[in-house]
Ligand binder design. Structure first.
Ligand SMILES: Cc1cc2nc3c(=O)[nH]c(=O)nc-3n(C[C@H](O)[C@H](O)[C@H](O)COP(=O)(O)O)c2cc1C
Length: 323
């Protein structure tokens, strides 16, 4: 078994790739709460091939953020290989091929979930990568293109036979996007037939969900995506298993927000940090009332000093946020 795959299995809960979310600050927050394996967001191989500055920023590595997998999105085997070799040199532990992204601009160019329509092409890509790389290659798939084409078992077997070290399945179709029910019965069927480690993704929002999905599907680990938004401590809860952990108080959450913002300042300038923090703040506070008014107030925050003032004023009156 590849070391990195064993690391993912030991981690039990892996931070899933999330475009626009799983940047270095977010990953470091998840790590702080016990996330033992994480992934970058999807990185377009064209950006790597053409030397795009922003793409290379997405591939930056920092101490304390390891082991880390990189997810590549592309459809041209040569470009994928070129990009994967650079990622391998940069110290990523896993190359994950995105065969699940349903976004129109991605599938239109034959990438992401479009690869599900051509399992032979996807398998050929995996063969190229596996042959040339020393780190494991994994593939993240969906259950199929639509209800009439639930071909994930065929896809999983095809990539396994070409040497993929694992698959992660988000058991919704491409057509479902993020809506409707995830089909973990399908996840279980893939686990039974793939012959390689299988990771489950989809609607794993609590420690209870993680335990349920692991038990019901027999999967080797779960991928945590939306469950970690504004709740990086979910990893601590999952790691604690049956033992209960303390839920962060409002005071704790404020400290966590400040810590997350400080991490932004390490990697982005002040204005970028404030902008990028916007969605995280909304996620951290979404379980409380009066969020709209608080976010309106946050939009008036123009710099570091006013952010400090905003956080000092932010308090809870019952379940209602006040700022
Ligand atoms: C904001 C956002 C961005 C995402 N970006 C990616 C991505 O870059 N690559 C990928 O394979 N999946 C991506 N996903 C899908 C997740 O990794 C995951 O498979 C999916 O959200 C289902 O899990 P969940 O119900 O726990 O959110 C994204 C999901 C969200 C919510």
């Amino acid at each position: 078994m590849d070391n990195a795959i064993a690391d993912m299995m030991r981690a039990r809960a892996v931070l899933a790739p999330m475009a626009g979310v799983t940047d270095i600050p977010f990953r470091l927050m998840a790590r702080r709460f016990g996330c033992a394996f994480a992934s970058t967001e999807m990185i377009d191989v064209n950006g790597i091939v053409y030397g795009n500055r922003r793409t290379f920023e997405l591939m930056e590595r920092v101490p304390g953020d390891s082991p880390l997998g990189v997810q590549l999105v592309g459809q041209d085997a040569d470009k994928l290989l070129y990009a994967a070799e650079i990622c391998e040199q940069k110290g990523f532990k896993v190359i994950d091929v995105n065969a699940g992204c349903p976004a129109r601009k991605v599938v239109r160019s034959g990438k992401g979930a479009a690869l599900l329509k051509d399992p032979l092409k996807l398998a050929a890509i995996v063969r190229r990568l596996v042959k040339a790389l020393t780190i494991p290659v994994t593939v993240k798939i969906r259950s199929g293109w639509d209800e009439e084409n639930l071909n994930c078992m065929e896809v999983a077997k095809a990539v396994a036979s070409e040497g993929a070290s694992a698959v992660c399945i988000h058991a919704r179709t491409k057509e479902q996007m993020h809506k409707g029910k995830v089909r973990h019965d399908i996840t279980r069927a893939v686990k039974k037939t793939a012959g390689i480690p299988v990771f489950a993704s989809g609607d794993i929002l609590t420690a209870g969900d993680a335990a349920d999905v692991l038990a019901k599907t027999g999967c080797d680990a779960v991928f945590i995506a939306r469950g970690a938004l504004g709740r990086p401590w979910l990893f601590r809860e999952i790691n604690a298993g049956a033992l209960s952990t303390s839920v962060p108080s409002f005071r704790d959450i404020k400290d966590i927000i400040i810590e997350h913002f400080s991490l932004h300042l390490r990697f982005y300038d002040e204005q970028q940090s404030l902008k990028r923090m916007y969605k995280h703040l909304a996620w951290y506070l979404r379980r409380f009332k009066n969020l709209d008014a608080v976010m309106k107030e946050y939009r008036r925050v123009g710099g570091l000093e006013s952010f400090r003032g905003f956080m000092e004023r932010l308090r809870l009156d019952g379940r209602r946020l006040v700022v």
